[in-house]
Design a protein around this ligand. Structure first.
Ligand SMILES: [Zn+2]
Length: 175
């Protein structure tokens, strides 16, 4: 097991649409294990392929006791709308209120290569929508008003000016 580096806002890979995965093999399963480990180390509730610098259509989500592997995920059904503050491991320390569907039905493939369906609401539904956005090259800031987005981006540029667009993790990091 090892931790991935997380790519930050400004890295082109975050704006790339990830490709469908044809085969679920051991290499992918190892990647998924490491994605969960990285997500936990970063104290996130989800992590998508693009964030670790890859462009295969896979993400992981973990909210409370529910841990889901999302290979080639789609939202088959969405209902209602809810607004809540959202952040992103690729845009540390910046948050904004995003409107998302309240109830969703996810269709995806798990680490055994089996298709499954999962009904979700609340934070889990939000995390799934956020991760699928990542696989399409979309970030949560894209859902904000232009004014709010410009404000966040100005803060981002100030904080991260001249810094590397990557966040490195060591096991047992205390940052
Ligand atoms: Zn994110």
């Amino acid at each position: 097991m090892s931790l991935f580096d997380i790519h930050l806002l400004g890295a082109p890979v975050l704006r790339t649409r990830s490709r469908e995965i044809a085969d679920v093999d051991d290499t992918l399963r190892r990647t998924i294990d490491d994605m969960f480990e990285t997500m936990d180390a970063a104290e996130g509730v989800g992590l998508a392929s693009n964030q670790i610098g890859q462009t295969d259509r896979v993400a992981v989500v973990g909210v409370d006791d529910t841990r889901l592997v999302l290979i080639n995920p789609t939202i088959a059904h969405a209902e209602g709308s809810t607004r809540a503050e959202e952040g992103c491991l690729s845009i540390p320390e910046l948050f904004g209120e995003v409107t998302r569907a309240e109830h969703i039905t996810l269709h995806a493939i798990n680490a055994d290569g089996e298709a499954y369906e999962h009904a979700a609401e609340g934070l889990l539904a939000r995390a799934i929508q956020h991760e699928i956005d990542h696989l399409d090259g979309i970030l949560f800031i894209d859902h904000l008003s232009i004014l709010k987005r410009q404000m966040l981006l100005a803060r981002w540029r100030k904080e991260y000016k001249g810094k590397e667009l990557i966040r490195r993790f060591r096991p047992a990091s205390t940052e």
